[in-house]
Design a protein around this ligand. Structure first.
Ligand SMILES: Cc1cc2nc3c(=O)[nH]c(=O)nc-3n(C[C@H](O)[C@H](O)[C@H](O)COP(=O)(O)O)c2cc1C
Length: 305
């Protein structure tokens, strides 16, 4: 049954939640907008996923855009060229003032997917991606959220007794505030250490394969692999002396200035205190939702992940 449905709708591709591709930032084709009545604000570079249960996003707006509309309810639109590929209806949880504007924390209330057609989407969400670990509705929300490629970063922390290096994709960088946003599982024991030290280092995934990244994610934070057993060199960051994987093309040293428990993930808000570029034009690995990948020109990076 599965095979016939797959061959009927998606004959020439593997069916999975995400595809992985390698991109430089300026090669990302999609855009994200905040829509309210006739107002349309480009939030491509100023929004981020922050929690997956409940589904929450953060949107940063500059002061001059703060007073133009009632922010309690709004819509996020994912677009490629002029086509709207997915939409999220969102409700305001909190507005955190920042130096040049505000960070709006929103809960996702409903989702509309537009890629391909209703039969393809039904076959995908109701049948081919079904799993006991998630719901039909959550599969639709994840598909919408990953209708914008999500960069995979490497987060590291260390102190005298402990260190950890692990991947994340619930993340965003707000250049207008030199601010970094992270959504870290509340089960990750590194979280409390990061909150105590108020420090973290964020490296890109420039020169590394996806399997190594996924293996890093498999190590529970309770027993990270010994640094000398890592399959790549590990250097030290300039200011904090935290571990920087040798494959990174650049890294940021970030001071944590705020945090909020959103649910399954803790929102961490940080200020970049040092940016180090080790290689020019570095690229990163990205997660792209299955439906958006079908309509993109991106190259898939195969892996055993
Ligand atoms: C590609 C990738 C992206 C990930 N993104 C996140 C993330 O955004 N937030 C998070 O808390 N964990 C993320 N993880 C899982 C962490 O890397 C890590 O495994 C986990 O936090 C370990 O914590 P645990 O000790 O609670 O299992 C990701 C894993 C992979 C492989």
């Amino acid at each position: 049954m599965n095979l016939s449905i797959k061959n009927l709708f998606f004959k020439h591709t593997d069916v999975k939640t995400f595809f992985i591709t390698r991109l430089s930032e300026n090669r990302v084709e999609e855009k994200v907008f905040l829509k309210k009545d006739d107002l349309l604000i480009d939030i491509t570079g100023t929004h981020s996923m922050i929690c997956l249960d409940p589904f929450c996003v953060a949107v940063w707006l500059p002061k001059d855009k703060m007073n133009g509309f009632d922010k309690k309810k709004a819509r996020v639109q994912f677009k490629k060229n002029t086509q709207t590929t997915a939409e999220l209806n969102i409700g305001l949880i909190e507005a955190i003032p920042t130096d040049n504007g505000a960070l709006l924390l929103y809960k996702i209330e409903s989702v509309i997917n537009h890629q391909l057609n209703i039969l393809h989407r039904l076959a995908l969400f109701a049948w081919l991606l079904r799993s006991k670990k998630n719901t039909y509705e959550s599969r639709k929300v994840i598909s919408a959220l990953y209708s914008y490629p999500r960069k995979i970063i490497i987060v590291s922390y260390s102190d005298e007794h402990y260190y950890n290096i692990f991947p994340m994709d619930i993340q965003g960088y707000i250049a207008e505030e030199d601010m970094y946003i992270l959504g870290l599982r509340t089960t990750n024991i590194t979280l409390n250490k990061i909150l105590e030290a108020k420090k973290v280092v964020i490296s890109d995934t420039d020169a590394i394969d996806i399997n190594t990244i996924y293996n890093l994610g498999k190590h529970s934070s309770t027993s990270p692999t010994k640094m000398e057993e890592m399959p790549f060199a590990v250097n030290r960051s300039e200011l904090f002396g935290f571990p920087v994987p040798g494959f990174a093309g650049s890294y940021k040293e970030v001071e944590i200035i705020d945090h909020r428990k959103m649910g399954y993930h803790m929102l961490l808000v940080g200020k970049v205190v040092n940016l180090k570029v080790l290689r020019k034009d570095s690229t990163s690995l990205y997660h792209v939702g299955f439906l958006q990948f079908q309509e993109s020109n991106y190259q898939s990076i195969d892996g055993l992940y």
